[in-house]
Design a protein around this ligand. Structure first.
Ligand code: C2E
Ligand code: CA
Ligand code: CA
Length: 796
């Protein structure tokens, strides 16, 4: 009864001992007061016992009762009986218990006990209420209660603060003026009609809030608003992880410690062919290809257990039974929250990478055009074959094969036809060898065959012959018929070399020898070939230097009009100032240039030098007609795609009039590709260049072509001129050429005119122009200018 506040009011100075002891026992707080105390000092009591003994104080007792009756229980103890009390006191009906003498102490005790219990309960409820109010107030959520008409009925301090509401506005403000929920009170009540609660989330200044509404009896609606930013962040993260998981291009599989698959993503389904439903709940054994043994899985598990991860290539099986390689990495993950272990497997299907690897390997070792082994593989194969021949004391042969005149096919018909040609040749060669022979393409039109297990030279020569025969059959590409031949050089192990380098070099030298001897054939290596080849390589190297260091000079040989005796022009003939060997004539080096790529640079250099010298001729040589300068153009250079453009640009650069330039092209070379030549002649002629067919008579030109060529001059080859005086046949040939030139309206010139007898007979045959030692050897520019001056003086 410690909550009961008991007040005892007595007219006596002291509360009589009798009840004091009693009441002390009953209550913790006893306030004894004299009844005459001032009204204002009255305290709030739960129970008041009034000792009412004299009639004179009855108004005071009335006041006391009146003041307290509403919240305290009133007990009146008096010697008067109930009727007397009722008449004495106005407010006697407010007395809860009236006791008169003799006191029934038990009754009083019971009353006080009962009443104290009630008070206790009430006070407890009050205390609880105030604590609850505080709890709600301090709750981090924003809590408010609205009446059913939407008026704010209660709000905790967070709610007030967040909505900037003053406490005085409670019971005044309406939900619609307060809320930031983007929802009207009408909608809210409508929603709550259908369900017990309603939730809405919103984002405000980068934070997330969740409002939760529910009805509290029919009359109130509670609004609980929580800051869910953290939760939301986590949710978003989770969502993103889920998206990442699902949309990752790599297959993902999560399984638990027991090996049960818990989750797989779309890529997993795509790669394995299993749907999520089929995979989840199964174990990864579902994918087992049977390709790996127990030891493989054992080491995988060991790594997982001790390192927490495993990574490597593994062959698995798809649902359709197809076995494929994947790059798999598994990591162990532990969830601290659930104290559980998971295995996260990430894998990619690497069958296409494997395929690429295979292709890469193939391309590294093969020639993509023909599919034959390339140089890399050839060299390693040759070493292997030599090793095994050495062990078995065997011979082996290397056939170095070059497709004759392939370059011409390529230049004339283009690379597509050229490629098709190489493929046809590859097929024919491959079909002609035995299965244990090895064929490869070294590049361009060069093939090499390693023939192992040969005992006699005859065997390998027979193979060479068979290959030649196979190619000799006409090759038809794109409706065009080609007649091709091979040049084959052969080296035999161990006779022609004991290591791969020597064998290759010597087979190459033998092949080169075949080329030199007019191609289309095969030849075994001989030591003299090497010297030739060495010479070739050395000379080509020296020529490169010669080009860089400008060791070339043009000499000039005059061209004479046999009827007027005047100098008409000159032919430019190249000389090489070799740093050691001195002055070299074209015979010793020109073929090395013309048969290599050097010719393009060299050819332009000659033209440049000649164009530059033309200015000197024009300035210092006195002629009636413009001086004509003849330049020798090599076949390769002439057939080069942009030759015409390059030459005309160069002429412009040197301000050269093309009419003063005569281009000499070998008749034999032109006739190899008359169609292209005709076009080039036409173009050059249009630009103003003069054209001459050099060494005419050696090339069996067909008359039909000659007729169409825009050629200005035929140069009778010196071999016919040399024996003109003694050989009737040559004379007949020369005569025919001269006559033909007249028919085709071309000029005709004899070269190699060494004597006046030659000159006389040529003149009698109708030859217009001559060139030869009779007049002058080819000489340097300055000497030539002087010679011209002398010649003019003596002959005019
Ligand atoms: P080619 O065009 O037939 O030149 C004529 C050759 O005959 C020259 O030899 C010349 O010196 C020689 N010759 C001239 N008159 C007589 C003579 O009365 N008797 C004899 N026996 N020979 C005579 P060269 O200068 O040694 O040139 C040889 C070949 O080299 C030339 O034959 C030509 O095909 C080539 N050549 C010379 N210079 C060049 C050049 O600048 N470019 C190219 N591509 N080839 C050139
Ligand atoms: Ca010439
Ligand atoms: Ca000539």
């Amino acid at each position: 009864m410690k909550y009961t506040r008991l007040g005892i009011f007595s007219e006596k100075e002291h509360v009589s001992r009798g009840y004091a002891t009693l009441l002390y026992d009953l209550s913790a707080q006893i306030d004894s007061n004299l009844i005459d105390q001032n009204e204002n000092t009255f305290k709030t009591y739960d129970l008041i016992i009034i000792d009412f003994t004299t009639k004179k104080n009855r108004y005071l007792v009335d006041i006391l009762i009146n003041h307290y009756y509403q919240h305290a229980k009133i007990v009146v103890v008096s010697p008067y009986n109930l009727n007397e009390i009722n008449t004495l006191l106005k407010s006697s009906e407010c007395v809860d218990l009236f006791l008169t003498k003799p006191f029934d102490i038990n009754r009083l005790t019971l009353f006080i006990q009962n009443h104290s219990r009630l008070i206790d309960r009430k006070m407890m409820l009050e205390a609880k209420n105030s604590i609850l109010a505080e709890v709600v107030d301090l709750n981090p959520s924003r809590i408010a209660v609205f009446t059913s008409s939407g008026i704010l009925f209660y709000a905790n301090s967070h709610y007030l603060e967040a909505n900037k509401i003053d406490i005085s506005q409670i019971d005044i403000l309406h939900f619609n003026t307060i809320t930031k929920c983007k929802i009207g009170f009408e909608v809210l009540t409508y929603e709550l009609k259908n369900s017990t609660s309603f939730m809405i989330q919103r984002e405000e200044e980068k934070r997330w809030y969740e409002s939760y509404f529910y009805r509290l009896s029919q009359d109130y609606i509670v609004h609980n608003c929580e800051d869910i930013t953290l939760r939301k962040k986590y949710e978003i993260q989770l969502e993103q992880s889920a998206i990442f998981f699902e949309q990752s291009s790599e297959a993902l599989m999560i399984s638990n410690k027991n090996g049960s698959i818990l989750s797989v993503n779309a890529a997993f389904c795509r790669i394995t062919g299993y749907s999520k439903e089929e995979a989840i709940g199964e174990t990864p054994k579902l994918l087992n290809s049977g390709m790996h043994d127990a030891a493989f899985y054992h080491s995988m598990w060991n790594s997982l257990i001790y390192n927490g991860r495993w990574q490597g290539e593994i062959w698995n099986k798809r649902k359709n039974g197809e076995i494929y390689p994947e790059w798999l990495s598994i990591s162990k993950a532990t969830s601290p929250k659930y104290n559980e272990e998971f295995y996260i497997s990430v894998f990619t299907d690497i069958s296409s990478i494997k395929e690429t690897d295979r292709k890469l390997y193939f391309y590294a070792n093969h020639d993509p055009l023909t599919g034959l082994a390339n140089r890399v593989q050839f060299e390693s194969q040759l070493k292997k074959t030599i090793d095994s021949a050495k062990r078995r004391n065997d011979k082996l042969g290397i056939l170095f094969i070059d497709l004759d005149k392939f370059k011409e096919v390529n230049d004339t018909y283009g690379h597509t036809i050229g490629d098709m040609m190489l493929k046809s040749v590859t097929k024919r060669l491959s079909d002609s060898i035995r299965s244990d022979d090895f064929i490869s393409r070294l590049g361009g039109d060069e093939f090499v065959i390693i023939a192992s297990n040969i005992n006699e030279y005859e065997g390998i020569l027979a193979l060479a012959s068979k290959l030649s025969e196979a190619i000799r059959e006409p090759i038809v590409i794109d409706g065009k018929v080609f007649f091709m031949t091979l040049s084959i050089g052969i080296a035999i192990y161990p006779e022609h070399g004991e290591n791969s380098e020597d064998l290759i070099k010597h087979a190459d030298a033998a092949m080169y020898e075949v080329k030199e001897n007019g191609r289309n054939g095969y030849m075994l290596y001989h030591s003299s070939f090497s010297e030739k080849l060495t010479h070739k390589v050395e000379t080509q190297n020296e020529l490169k230097i010669a080009l860089d260091e400008d060791q070339f000079e043009l000499f000039y040989q005059p061209i004479i009009d046999l009827y007027t005796n005047k100098v008409m022009g000159a032919e430019a003939l190249v000389r090489w100032h070799h740093p050691i060997k001195g002055l070299l004539y074209p015979a010793s080096f020109i073929s090395f240039i013309e048969n290599s790529e050097l010719i393009y640079e060299f050819g332009m250099l000659i033209c440049k030098k000649a164009f530059r010298d033309l200015a000197t001729f024009n300035a210092r040589i006195k002629c009636d007609e413009p001086f004509s300068l003849s330049i020798n153009i090599a076949t390769k250079q002439f057939f080069e795609d942009n030759f015409v453009t390059k030459l005309s640009t160069l002429a412009e650069d040197f301000s050269v009039d093309p009419h003063q330039i005569e281009l000499e092209i070998l008749e034999t070379q032109v006739m190899k590709n008359p169609e292209v030549a005709q076009i080039k002649f036409h173009d050059l002629h249009d630009l103003g260049f003069e054209l001459a067919l050099d060494d005419f008579g050696t090339g069996y030109s067909s008359l039909s072509y000659l007729k169409n060529f825009t050629i200005d001059k035929l140069k009778v080859d010196q071999s016919f001129v040399r024996d003109l005086l003694i050989d009737e046949n040559d004379r007949a040939i020369v005569q025919t050429i001269i006559t033909m030139s007249k028919i085709f309206n071309m000029r005709v010139q004899a070269e190699g005119v060494e004597s006046s007898e030659h000159e006389a007979i040529l003149k009698s045959m109708g030859c217009e122009l001559a060139q030869g030692y009779l007049y002058s050897k080819p000489i340097p520019l300055e000497a030539f200018v002087d010679w011209c001056e002398n010649y003019r003086v003596t002959n005019e």
